[in-house]
Design a protein around this ligand. Structure first.
Ligand code: GLV
Ligand code: MG
Length: 301
């Protein structure tokens, strides 16, 4: 927890759920409360992952953490969200504690979508509370819940491949597909349609940096804003992949300049380097430049 507080991660969550053995649930809660109250979290959003609503730990997690450390808590991460009512249940508890203790702030929610039920109900879940801030793809539990045939966290299964037709020499291409594509794309749509941030979850093999980066890049390309780091050595890679590159920023700025000229000339679309750009290009470029500016402002502070 000390390492996390001093790290370059933007958001840290302290886990009370699946990384904690059942007989350590009480002591983990005490340690998390102590860390919230006594470590320096400045410059970061700090969160606690409570146990799921299907356990008997969850009510105590919410009550103890919010009562004893709510002032230092930005977010609660709710795992295995299955229905909008799950979000309501936690919201109601948190609201009562915030009101009773007179906290003048609203603790936000990060929701992990990691069950077939959660994915099925993702639209209602995403809109279930004003506290909702982000949707996270929990690939490990999602694989377990859907009975996907994979045993690594966030890894791939080479059986998920497309075999090309034979060429003249009888060779066939094999392209491994991304078995998580549907889930990630679905999550990005539900998040964006409800004004939430989509975030990619864990990658278990922390010695495989290229594998981690490839997974992070796929998520970034689809629109995710971040990826979990389950080990300190994944943080720099996540920051690198999720930050727009110099080339992307330069091109986005050129698009904005070209469109400014076009608009002065009364044109809705023009060509830049032989490609058409239009009003949608402005929005894409503004997103990118805005993100780069937000990252730069954060790095300075
Ligand atoms: C995260 O909680 C996961 O199950 O991948
Ligand atoms: Mg999980």
């Amino acid at each position: 927890m000390e390492k996390a507080a001093a790290s370059d991660a933007d958001v840290v969550f302290l886990d009370l759920e699946d990384a904690v053995a059942p007989d350590e649930k009480d002591s983990a809660r005490v340690k998390a409360i102590d860390a919230l109250n006594n470590l320096n979290w400045s410059g970061k959003a700090v969160s606690v992952r409570i146990n799921g609503l299907d356990t008997h730990y969850m009510y105590r997690d919410v009550i103890d953490v919010v009562e004893k450390a709510g002032k230092n808590l930005d977010l609660i991460m709710i795992p295995k969200v299955g229905t909008a009512a799950d979000v309501y249940a936690v919201d109601m508890l948190v609201t009562q504690i915030e009101d009773a203790l007179g906290y003048g702030k609203r603790i936000g929610f990060e929701l992990i979508i990691e069950t077939a039920l959660g994915m099925q109900n993702i639209t209602e879940i995403a809109g279930a509370s004003r506290r909702n801030e982000s949707l996270h793809f929990g690939v490990a539990d999602y694989a377990a819940s859907t009975r996907a045939r994979v045993t690594t966290i966030g890894g791939i299964n080479p059986d998920y491949l497309v075999l090309g037709d034979e060429d003249e020499q009888g060779h066939r291409t094999t392209d491994i597909g991304d078995m998580w594509h549907y889930a990630m794309a679905r999550l990005v749509v539900a998040a964006r349609a409800n004004g939430l941030r989509p975030v990619d979850g864990p990658f278990g093999d922390f010695s495989d940096m290229e594998g981690y980066k490839a997974a992070a890049r796929r998520a970034a390309v689809l629109g995710c804003e971040g990826k979990w780091a389950i080990h300190p050595n994944q943080i720099a890679a996540a920051n690198e992949v999720m930050s727009p590159s110099e080339d992307e920023i330069t091109r986005a700025k050129r698009i904005l300049e070209a469109m400014e000229v076009a608009q002065k000339e009364g044109k809705g679309s023009v060509s830049l380097d032989g490609r058409m750009i239009d009003l949608a290009s402005i929005k894409q470029a503004e997103n990118l430049v805005g993100k780069a500016q937000a990252i730069a402002a954060r790095t300075k502070s």
